[in-house]
Design a protein. Sequence first.
Length: 396
Amino acid sequence: MENFNYYTPTKIVFGKGTESQTGQLVKEQNCKKVLIHYGSGSVKRSGLLDRIKASLDNEGINYVELGGVVPNPRLSLVYEGINLCRREGVDFILAVGGGSVIDSAKAIGYGTANDGDVWDFYDFKRQAAACLPIGAVLTIAAAGSEMSSSSVITKEEGLIKRGYSNNLSRAKFAVMNPELTMTLPAYQTASGCVDILMHTMERYFNQSDNMELTDGISEALMRTVMKNAKILKEQPDNYEARAEVMWAGSLSHNGLTGCGTDGGDWATHKMEHEIGGLFDVAHGAGLSAIWGSWARFVLDARPERFAKFAVNVLDIEPTGSSAEAVTETALKGIEAMEEFYRSIDMPTSFAELGVRPTAEQIRTMAEKCDIGTRHSTGIVKKLSVDDMVEIYTNAL
């Protein structure tokens, strides 16, 4: 077990109709002017944006708006938001949407509160000294950004996708109404479930002497998401399943499932960032497309951990205690996980993802990932550029 700090300051307001409390929650922050930040027209078409505005109006709160966030949120819109916040005297950002909107809001918060180029933080050149306070009204269960310290932004020039983590950006509150996720397309729901799973799996696969309690929480969370992902495929309006997945999304990425560990591997996430940056695919789908290839490549470095995952999460019957039997159990677990991905119509290869990177593109992605992680990709097994090329290639 490793020493750890656990910090989760976000106030959660969870349940049906909770978006009506947004104005009151913002008022508690004693702010003068709010930026309402959101994505496409869905928040308008659903009436959610109007309800949020009415809630702010009822509390006498002034606001300006900035929409247009897309999946794999863009740096250009972040710059636009920073300029708007400075011009309008914004001192609080309300993100209405999913992880991409919240990530974009965090970047705007950093850029407004600090001098210089906000991309410096994502490019590891310096650390933020401040961030505008942020609140969230969550509409997609996936990224967990509503309770995490992290955000991921894509720089259009060079198609570079980078993440930055700092506790300064943790949301002051998150409004979570599972009903708001019921209109999501099936593909987006399933992709979100994969992202939730992977946030826990990245921490679960590590090189630590792990805490039994943290492992138990992680395993229960993963089993819950897998069970309810299958329910939502057939019953997209099932409130209980939506609620289970939404809460799991927050718990999977607020640090809870990493307590007492070395922090976990994260190679699959880092490698997927390059896929998302180059091909603009759904994040969860990109993760499922390469996870099996990564798992088989690093299996020999931690076979007992993969075997535990197979038994405790996927109900694989262990075949014995010898080294060969442990590896066999582990491989069955990897195969079962890929079968789960397919059962919810998620890809397990580049071909199923719908992209076909060339050898040159694969090499470029591996090199960019190596730079983006400062030559430290992976914990279960540290990956070189050539290793990542092989993983990408095996996922074709």
